[in-house]
Each structure stands twice: as structure tokens, then as C-alpha cells.
Write a protein that binds this ligand. Structure first.
Ligand SMILES: Nc1nc2c(ncn2[C@@H]2O[C@H](COP(=O)(O)OP(=O)(O)OP(=O)(O)O)[C@@H](O)[C@H]2O)c(=O)[nH]1
Length: 317
């Protein structure tokens, strides 16, 4: 089929047309074929393509005897996202244009489509789509969204260890606390502080100290459940919120972390550092309404562990 349209008139129908305003087919074809947009027309019932401008024919070739879904998507049946049903009302009259965005499954390009039911030259209603390629804009939007997500994540992440930072610890920890209060389930807090960390810095340098902190971060990532919150809340201070965990579970985890610190040394150049830490544990109480309160009890217990000689776990009574 020739992709040109016979005489089309502006305004509405040939009957009302002023001969002065009739645009010859060549003129109309020139306009449509030079648009930087895809324009096509298809039959509502048969999906047969009745017209496609040069923009589309350059991509998909001849439309002769082909259906829109064969040409545009290389499908064997109508597209599952076809919008034809949105283009007429329940009486079968044209609805306002439907504007939407979609990604072509064949070429991956994004298009903004403006779909509309219009009367065709023989009077029947047909589908008109005008689609503009918005791939560049879409890619920019997606890149921006990704960057936004990353910057949001970075604001909650501790740069050195990749653990949650202090802000994230309180934000997420308080959410967990409220959930546990609502469900009347247990919640445990572990807090620990590395022992004699100043000496590590003094003896081996600040970079060696940083390596120890990274090592502790990795230790927590490997041993703390995803549902729990592990954070670096100060220079050499860490804390973990364990949801639905009792005191024994928390003490077991603290003992395991302490043991692992002793067993697997941190390698820094040709030296090995075996860090140690003092742990304090507290349990959520019904009257706690903010993480500050059980954290302060875990902190007290931790100083108890320091006072008792370090490298141990102390539980808030
Ligand atoms: N390398 C490194 N050191 C840090 C960082 N943040 C804090 N520190 C150091 O951590 C040390 C903490 O020292 P102290 O508070 O005296 O604690 P400690 O030496 O661990 O002694 P105890 O806690 O009593 O066992 C200080 O020397 C800080 O400079 C960091 O990000 N990197």
C-alpha cells in the first residue's frame, strides 16, 4: 500500500472543507514525512497498518499488508500493552488523546506516544499514533534517579567501613524498635568499642588503624543478619540492633565476633594486628521509646567490660 493519504482536509470533514484550505496529498506527505516523529494509522479491528510516515518506514520498512504489532514489535499477536481500548468511550466515540511512555522491546528506544481515535478517509474510526523518541531524556532521567539513589545511600553509609553510619543507625534502629514494641517482640542492642585502639594508631600509623576498622566492618557484614542493623556509630565504636532476638542470641553473636577478632588477624603490610573489643548488651524494655535509652544501657555495660579488663562481653542487668 502507498503510505500517502489522499486529500485530507482541515477542518473536519471533506463536506465542510473550503477548497482553498484543501492541502494536496504531496504537501501533506511532505509535512508528515519530514516530521521528527513516528506517525502511523492502523485499523481497530484488523490492526492492519493504513499509513506510516517516512520516519517509521525508515526503521521498519514497507507496511504493505502488515499489522501494527508485526511491524512495531515483531509479535505474533496484538501487543499486551495495546491502548486501543482506551481510545473510545463505551458508546464507541473517540476519547481524549491517550499520552503515555513506553520502551520498544525491539530497539530498546523510549517513546512518548500520543494515541487517538480519528475518523479515517472512509469514515471508520482508526487508531492514530504520534510517537517521539525520548530515549535521551529517559536515559538522563534514569541516570539522575540512580545518582539520587546513590547519594541517598551514601548519606546513610559510613565511608570507611561501608556499614550504616550513626544517622542510619538511629533512623533504621528506631523504626525497628517501634515495630518490636508494637509486636511485643524482643530486641537486643550490642555496642562495642575497640580496645587500646589509640595504641594501634600510635604503633602502626593511622592507615593501619583504618584497615582494622574496615576489617571490623567486614566482620559485621559477614556475621550480622540482613534484617538486623550493624553500624559504625563513632570513631572505633560500633553497634548492632538485633530484632526478635533474646539476650542469649545477642551474647552468642558478641562472643563469636570477639573470638573471630582474636583468631583472624588483620594484615597490614607485613604486620599482623589482632584487635580486641569490649562489648555491652542491653534488651529493649517496654518503657523505651527511643533507641537512645537501651543504647545508653549497652554503653554502660560496655564500660563495665572495659573496667573488668577489656576483651569481654558484659550484659546490662
Ligand atoms: N585510624 C583511625 N583512628 C581513629 C578513627 N576514629 C577515631 N580514631 C582513633 O581512635 C582512638 C580512640 O582512642 P581512645 O578513646 O583513647 O580509646 P582506646 O585507645 O581504644 O582505649 P580503650 O577504649 O580505653 O580501650 C583515638 O586515637 C582516635 O584518634 C578513624 O577513623 N581511623
Amino acid at each position: 500500500m502507498d503510505s500517502g493519504i489522499p486529500f485530507i482536509t482541515i477542518p473536519d470533514s471533506p463536506a465542510e472543507a473550503d477548497p482553498e484550505e484543501v492541502i494536496p496529498a504531496e504537501g501533506l506527505r511532505a509535512i508528515l514525512d519530514n516530521l521528527d516523529a513516528l506517525v502511523y494509522v492502523s485499523d481497530f479491528e484488523t490492526y492492519e497498518l493504513l499509513y506510516m510516515n517516512a520516519y517509521g518506514r525508515r526503521i521498519w520498512g514497507s507496511i504493505d499488508g502488515r499489522k501494527c504489532w508485526e511491524v512495531l514489535q515483531n509479535n505474533n499477536s496484538p501487543c499486551d500493552f495495546c491502548t486501543n481500548h482506551l481510545l473510545t468511550d463505551h458508546k464507541g466515540n473517540p476519547s481524549p488523546p491517550h499520552v503515555w511512555e513506553f520502551q520498544n522491546r525491539l530497539d530498546g528506544h523510549w517513546y512518548q506516544c500520543r494515541d487517538q481515535a480519528i475518523p479515517w478517509t472512509d469514515g471508520r474510526l482508526v487508531r492514530l499514533e504520534i510517537a517521539t523518541d525520548i530515549t535521551q531524556r529517559k536515559e538522563m532521567e534514569l541516570a539522575l534517579k540512580e545518582a539520587h539513589k546513590k547519594s541517598q545511600a551514601a548519606a546513610l553509609e559510613d565511608d570507611l567501613t561501608g556499614l550504616h553510619n550513626r544517622r542510619a543507625f538511629f533512623e533504621l534502629g528506631n523504626q525497628l524498635l517501634k515495630q518490636c514494641l508494637r509486636n511485643r517482640s524482643a530486641l537486643a542492642i550490642i555496642m562495642f568499642d575497640l580496645d587500646y585502639f589509640k595504641q594501634i594508631n600510635d604503633n602502626h600509623g593511622h592507615d593501619a588503624g583504618d584497615e582494622v576498622l574496615r576489617y571490623v566492618g567486614q566482620l559485621l557484614k559477614n556475621n550480622v543478619r540482613e534484617a538486623d542493623i550493624a553500624a559504625r556509630i563513632g570513631g572505633e565504636e560500633f553497634a548492632i540492633v538485633l530484632s526478635e532476638a533474646g539476650v542469649k542470641q545477642a551474647a552468642d553473636l558478641a562472643e563469636r565476633l570477639l573470638k573471630l577478632m582474636g583468631e583472624t588477624p588483620v594484615r597490614y603490610g607485613d604486620i599482623q594486628i589482632r584487635p580486641s573489643a569490649s562489648f555491652g548488651i542491653s534488651m529493649l524494655r517496654r518503657e523505651d521509646h527511643h533507641l537512645d535509652t537501651p543504647l545508653a544501657r549497652a554503653d554502660r555495660a560496655m564500660y563495665g567490660a572495659k573496667a573488668l579488663g577489656r576483651g569481654r562481653v558484659s550484659i546490662d542487668a
